[in-house]
Every structure is written in C-alpha cells, then in structure tokens.
Design a protein around this ligand. Sequence first.
Ligand code: NDP
Length: 390
Amino acid sequence: MKRITILGATGSIGQNTLDLIGRAPEEYEVVALTGGQNIDRLAADARRFGARLAVTADPSRLSDLRTALSGSGIEAAAGPEALCEAARRPADWVMSAIVGAAGLAPGLEALEQGATLALANKESMVCAGPLMLEAARRHDARILPVDSEHSAVFQALIGEDSSAVERVIITASGGAFRDWPMEELAHATPEQAATHPNWDMGQRITIDSASMFNKALELIETKEFFGLPADKIEAVVHPESMIHALVGFRDGALMAHVGPPDMRHAIGFALHYPDRKPLPVERLDLVALGQFTFRPACETRWPALRLAREVMAAGGLAGAVFNAAKERALDGFLDRRIGFLQIAEVVEEVLNRLSAHPGHIDADITLDNVTGADHLARVRADDIMNEMRI
Ligand code: NDP
C-alpha cells in the first residue's frame, strides 16, 4: 500500500487527488489530510479515507475540526507547525497543494522525510527553488511536477538528453480577459476575473490566470525546476488549453504534450510514476477539435510576464518578493482596495523599492531569508496599496 498525505486536501488539486485515490482505495493508506477553512470537507474526507491525522491551517477552527471528527479516532491538529507535522509523518507520496507561500515549509518537511513530493504548489519553486532541490538531493527524495505545463515538459524530456534542449515553450489560455479590450481591464471585477475559459481551479490561481501572474510564476518555476536559462523559456497564448507545453531540441524537433484540460492527468502521472496507469480523463478527438491556435503572450498587455523576466535575471530572493507582493496585491484586488491593473503596479513597485536596498533581494536563499523577504514584501505591498488610495 502506498502511504499518502495530501497538503491542501480540501482545494481543487486536493479534491482531484482524492478522486483518483477513491477509485482504488485498496492501493492507498491515507496518513494525513490538511485544509484551511473548509472543516466539513476536511472531516468528511478524513473519515471517508480513514486518515490518521487531519489538520486545519487555522488554529481558531481546531474545536470545529475536533467536533466534526468526534468518535472517529482521527487525530486533529491546527496551525502552521501542525501542517509541518503532517508533512513529517512518514509517507511515500505527499501532494503539495496548499495555495501560496504557506506551502513552502510543509513541502520542505515532506522532502526531509524522504517522500516523493508531487508539487502543485508552484510558489515553493518560485520562492525557494534551490532549497527545494537541495532538500530533495540531501534526503534522497524526489520532486515530481504537477503543474500541467511542468508535467508536460517533464514527460517530453523522458529519455532525452537535457543538454540537447534548445527551448521550452509553456502555453497560457489567456484567462478570463484574453479577448477584452485593454481599456476595459481597469474596471474588471474579482467575480469577472475568477472565471476561467477552460480550467476549473481554485479562485486565486484563476485570477492569477487572468492577470498572467500564474504564467509568470510558471516561467520562474520552469527555470528553477529544469535548471534552464531564462532565455530558453517562452510563453505563448494557446486559447484551447490542449497543448500544455512543448520542448524544442537542437535538431529542430518540437515535442508537444497534448491532453484535455483536466488536472487528473498530471496528478495521476505523478501518483503512478514511473508507471503509466489508466486515468479517467477524456480522450481527445482531434478531428472534432479541428485546430489549435496560438497568439503572442504580449508583455504590454500582461506586465506580469515582463516582471517574471526581471525576477529571473535578478535571482536571489526576487522570486520570494515577487510572489509575496503578488499574493498581497491579489488580496487587495479581492477586497476591492485596488483595481485589476494595479496588481502588477503594486508588485513592480515592491520589487523596485526592495531592490534599492542591498541585502533585501541579493541575499542567500535560506528558509529564514525567504521568510523575511516574504514578510517585508507583504508589508511594502500594503504600504503601496495605502498610498494608492490617498
Ligand atoms: P484552492 O484554493 O482550491 O485550495 C487551496 C488549499 O490550500 C485548500 O485546501 C485550502 O484550504 C488550503 N489553504 C488555503 N490557505 C492556506 C494556508 N494559509 N495554509 C495552509 N493551507 C491553506 O487552490 P488550488 O487547488 O487551485 O491550488 C493549489 C496549488 O496548486 C496552488 O499553488 C496552485 O497554484 C497550484 N495549481 C493548481 C492548479 C489547479 O488546477 N487548481 C493547477 C496547477 C497548479 P481551505 O479550502 O479548506 O480553506
């Protein structure tokens, strides 16, 4: 039996993971499930899958969780340290599907106990890629990408000589505002941004798709995960979301990964790797689809992409600052403190202000430094949003 822990079990990726596990429950032993506010779902899944431990990120919800689990014999815990404890419990395979930088510390704990980490939490790689890779190397653990684009690149590279890679192209749907005139974007609401043309995902990543911050994070994730120079990594808009990524080799060949927009493919690939087992995803009818189209990923329309290039060039803690500023600016947009276009303005201004001070960005990537940079970036983002309101 494979011992499984799911960090972020109540979210979109977590639920898709449980969907796969629920199709062959006899093959898995669920060690721990974690969630945040959705206590009912966490408790119901912990009971259904016989988890030994259930953790909510929010300490004020611990008594609710205990009540929901009463009589089940399932241990309940709460708070950031309890999330790390869940990740430390011996398991063979840990899904990292917490949203945001909060996923970093538990993901590192899972690597330190030698588990295979299925990494949906792209923020870990963006904030602390070298730390994640070093933890995996030191503890003989493995990181498998779950982001569909990175799973696609990983799959296209199987059996290939990585030194023969000339370029990697990751695709973007363009999100909710792909076809909106530029002048209307300033008035876009959170509700409008939280609809996705192709994928069914959590609210935050869906809005990040509309602003292209999701693709910006993925460009950085590609650099960190595959160790590629930034100038070999491109993004292209592909409205159909059927081709997830392409790898170009020095002989001119382009290997594309094609599949329906269903995260259960990438999750299932990571769950069964190195085997390929049948997965409950749609089989594409290419003739019915007819055509695949592509458009440039314009950095004027989506400044997040330009900022990602600057972050990749800066290195150090720039990824942690970029991600934290984006998370805070997204909170500001959700709370209607700033407009949609101001998300990128806030992030750029945070990067500018922190770059002006030696030591804020050009420091070593340690967990303490990443945590410090994350905190500082959030404070600066709040300052900037307050200034914008004056
Ligand atoms: P969701 O918002 O649907 O789920 C997030 C999960 O994290 C939930 O379990 C949530 O709990 C929990 N959570 C929220 N805040 C915290 C916190 N501060 N500490 C600990 N746990 C917390 O997100 P998604 O599933 O969409 O995304 C998860 C990760 O996977 C993200 O990094 C995203 O970028 C990445 N990803 C997602 C894809 C998708 O298709 N959804 C595709 C590729 C990558 P609760 O809901 O109970 O409050």
